[in-house]
Design a protein around this ligand. Structure first.
Ligand code: 5RP
Length: 234
């Protein structure tokens, strides 16, 4: 039998997370290609009669879920969630994550923090010993973007992180703008030896709206690999 593709692995992880969904739950829906599998599988359950209410973390996910007939609410309408399921760009053994590759990190973090459980769904390629191979996204306000970028560079250099800090661009060269109207700095440092310290320092910079280090939020990481699906946490 041929080895499963990365896309098949993502769907397997999504299917395992779906088992945690119960009737009447309020759910947060993540963003990205792995989360899209979860939304797709959830849509089929809703069509078959499952009663849930969902808060999407991006306009992209909102459109996908709406097209599938998934009942939607804003986080203001449903401020306390039972479970959020989302993908990640990297995770380590402590279930610390880098997220934001799809540019939705602010809403993803707000929604995850409003949830009793936060299940991360991934394929095995996202597992790392040390976070940082994936450039860390940092969401900033457009006001004073250059000053904020310099501040981010200074703070990260102080922590011994040397690399490039640059605005995310869309194909064609236009600046990427998030659903909330912010910009993203992609910070390619390589190994981040102390993610907790970096998270604290970035959060303290005026102009930084949020960063893609998700620490202490994931309650479980479902990892689909060639040898099967394993779950860290619960
Ligand atoms: C979006 C995210 C995504 O969850 C992350 O980029 C993973 O995406 P994919 O499942 O497509 O690999 O954080 O902001």
């Amino acid at each position: 039998m041929p080895a499963p593709s990365a896309d098949e692995l993502k769907r397997q992880a999504a299917a395992v997370a779906l088992e945690a969904v119960a009737p009447g739950m309020r759910l947060g829906l993540g963003t990205g290609s792995t989360a899209a599998h979860f939304v797709d599988l959830l849509g089929a359950k809703v069509k078959a009669g499952l009663d849930v209410l969902c808060v999407p973390t991006s306009e992209r996910t909102r459109a996908q879920a709406a097209a599938l007939g998934v009942p939607l609410a804003t986080l203001d309408e449903a401020p306390e969630l039972d479970l959020t399921v989302d993908g990640a760009d990297e995770f380590d053994a402590k279930m610390r994550l880098i997220k934001g590759g799809g540019g939705a990190l602010l809403r993803e973090k707000i929604v995850a923090a409003a949830s009793k459980r936060f299940i991360v769904i991934t394929d095995e390629s996202k597992r790392v010993e040390t976070l940082g191979a994936f450039p860390l996204p940092v969401e900033i306000d457009p006001f004073g973007a250059k000053a904020t970028r310099l501040h981010v560079e200074r703070v990260t250099r102080d922590l011994g992180l040397i690399g490039t800090v640059g605005p995310r661009l869309k194909p064609g060269g236009h600046v990427f703008v998030t659903d909330g109207g912010h910009l993203i700095l992609d910070c390619a440092f390589g190994a981040i030896s102390d993610p907790d310290a970096l998270a604290d320092r970035l959060s303290a910079i005026p102009g930084v709206v949020e960063h893609g280090l998700f620490i202490g939020l994931a309650t479980a990481v479902v990892v689909a690999g060639r040898d099967g699906v394993v779950t860290l946490g619960r």
